[in-house]
Design a protein around this ligand. Sequence first.
Ligand SMILES: C[S@@+](CC[C@H](N)C(=O)[O-])C[C@H]1O[C@@H](n2cnc3c(N)ncnc32)[C@H](O)[C@@H]1O
Length: 241
Amino acid sequence: MKLCGADGKVDGDLGHCWARRIAPPNRCGPGIHKPASTSPLSGIKGDTLIDIGTGPTIYQFLSACESFREIIATDYADQNREELQRWLKRDPDAFDWTPVVKYVCELEGDREKRAEKENKVRSRGVQVLKCDVTQPEPLAPQAVPPADCLLSLLCLEGACKDLPPYHSALKNISSLVKPGGHLVLYTILDETFYMVGQRPFSCLYLRQEDVEEAVKEARIDFSFSVTDAKGACIVVARKIC
Ligand SMILES: C[S@@+](CC[C@H](N)C(=O)[O-])C[C@H]1O[C@@H](n2cnc3c(N)ncnc32)[C@H](O)[C@@H]1O
């Protein structure tokens, strides 16, 4: 499996890679956001951010490291967790995120702060943990503090084959959020598969109302859904109890 850079070029080789889905420089996903009041993450901050289904990517932490003291990255696939560890340890074989880091720094006002930004992400003591969203305790037996914010980008629709397991997975991961904490969910709508190189990956077909229903059922106070793109859904919600 090939790892594609943000420019779409094939850059590396990973067993289970998803970096192709990084928003290109003219479209920001929820992890890479313009520091404007329209950002779905503005105003959300705290001690602990848990990212569910991180993949081999660090882009989602580039802005989050400004708002959270501790970052916990999680994924089911060993290869993805290993790739993350390579970047965190400055392994020369790690994927080069430089263009993406510069782009985020530019959005935040200073393209030249790349090294500082990378240091800041690493200074958040990023833990990289095994996770399975299909389990009632997705991170067990690892113990983690309840999250002030739970982020999950493009994960559940790939991990779940049908709507009932999707509802369960959302409940499972929401157990990791403290009461009053936030959930930020980024989902592709109306999609059944996508390709990484030559390999197809299936994807649970979701409409926006399916996502909103699952969020409500997980007893998360649905606040708003924001998107500037057709076919994507960004939910920002707050846990009720
Ligand atoms: C499309 S990728 C998204 C990666 C990253 N969040 C991003 O935005 O680029 C989906 C990720 O979910 C992970 N995943 C699949 N099934 C999972 C499960 N049951 N529990 C946790 N993670 C899972 C995959 O290994 C993969 O890294």
